[in-house]
Write a protein that binds this ligand. Structure first.
Ligand code: ZN
Length: 121
């Protein structure tokens, strides 16, 4: 195998700070299929990337259920048709009252943390 110069990637999911520098996680590139790519970008809250080529956009392993990931010759790969499911940004809502919004955001953060801890086990 050819020795490649190490390239660093940051996770492109909104609010995720994982990068190949600070974690041992695997990073996956976006689907080539434009319909699936659009779905991923919607889940990632990164619809701003829709019209870009996204060559460097990556999604870290933390956003996929363990059963979406397969090991192939020691490399983690995504099963076909996998979509990011975990630790995703909260969909944007315009709640009438600020209090409801805060409660929902707090609950979402707790849920994200729980998912993350579960992945670390
Ligand atoms: Zn991430």
């Amino acid at each position: 195998m050819e020795q490649q110069k190490k390239t660093y990637y940051n996770c492109s999911v909104d609010g995720c700070f994982n990068s190949t520098i600070n974690s041992e996680l695997s990073f996956f590139s976006l689907p080539v299929d434009s319909e699936r790519k659009t779905e991923w970008l919607r889940l990632m809250h990164r619809e701003d990337l829709k019209d870009k080529t996204c060559l460097r956009a990556r999604v870290c392993e933390a956003h996929f259920c363990p059963n979406s990931i397969i090991l192939r010759s020691n490399r983690k790969m995504l099963k076909r048709n996998s979509v990011p499911q975990l630790l995703l940004p909260l969909p944007i809502h315009n709640f009438a009252d600020k209090e409801t919004q805060t409660v929902i955001e707090t609950a979402h953060k707790i849920l994200q943390k729980a998912q993350f801890n579960c992945l670390r086990l």
